[in-house]
Design a protein around this ligand. Structure first.
Ligand code: COA
Length: 176
């Protein structure tokens, strides 16, 4: 089955994060493998500290926002952007899909929807650091950001690409 069709089913809904998602984040955390956490945070973050709890749900829906994917009432993925203070038209982006849902097109869907959201907030450039052996994420970046510049920096690859979400809207699912 086409993975895009799989995650396009109504069983997986996406929406902006809410403060009351915290409990669901805690439940998701217990389902994540060490590798998934390490890939996302570049560190072993086993416990949700107060700081991290705030970071997960405390967004202003302008300079910092996150989309969550929900299935069966559980948060199963999250994609987030942070506008760069020194370059307001650029934002750092990160995504996490829980292990059981990886490889089914959800990461791609989350990033596309996040890019649309960011585009509406005036974010034209998307950036991020990806571990150099994170082939799935690098493949995803290459497929979504046509003109992405990938710059090796030690153990990570720095990604910088133009957010042409408005153009992609024609090729993929429409921006909401
Ligand atoms: C990276 C991650 C977000 C990708 O999400 P996902 O739902 O697993 O990925 P998708 O199913 O949407 O795959 C997207 C594309 O990645 C590419 N891809 C997948 N597996 C790949 C692999 N082993 N090698 C290269 N490219 C790969 C393909 O282009 C794929 O599209 P296709 O298989 O439909 O043609 C997810 O695996 C994850 O959360 N990993 C742990 C955290 C992390 O690495 N976050 C990124 C750091 S910010």
């Amino acid at each position: 089955m086409n993975s895009e069709l799989l995650v396009a089913s109504p069983a997986v809904a996406t929406r902006p994060v809410r403060p009351d998602d915290l409990v669901a984040f805690e439940r998701m955390w217990s389902r994540l493998s060490e590798e998934t956490i390490y890939r996302r945070f570049h560190a072993p973050v086993r416990r949700l500290s107060l700081k991290l709890r705030r970071y997960l749900v405390d967004v202003d829906h302008r300079d910092h926002d996150a989309l969550v994917a929900i299935s069966g009432g559980e948060v199963i993925a999250v994609a987030r952007y942070h506008r760069c203070a020194e370059e307001p038209a650029a934002a750092e982006v990160a995504v996490l899909v829980e292990d059981a849902w990886q490889g089914r097109g959800l990461g791609a869907r989350m990033l596309r929807e996040l890019a649309c959201l960011a585009s509406r907030r005036g974010i034209d450039v998307l950036t991020g650091d990806v571990q150099s052996d994170n082939l799935r994420m690098l493949g995803l970046v290459r497929s979504l950001l046509d003109a992405a510049a990938l710059q090796p920096r030690g153990t990570v690859v720095h990604v910088r690409g133009s957010n042409d979400a408005a153009g992609k809207e024609r090729a993929f699912s429409p921006c909401r």
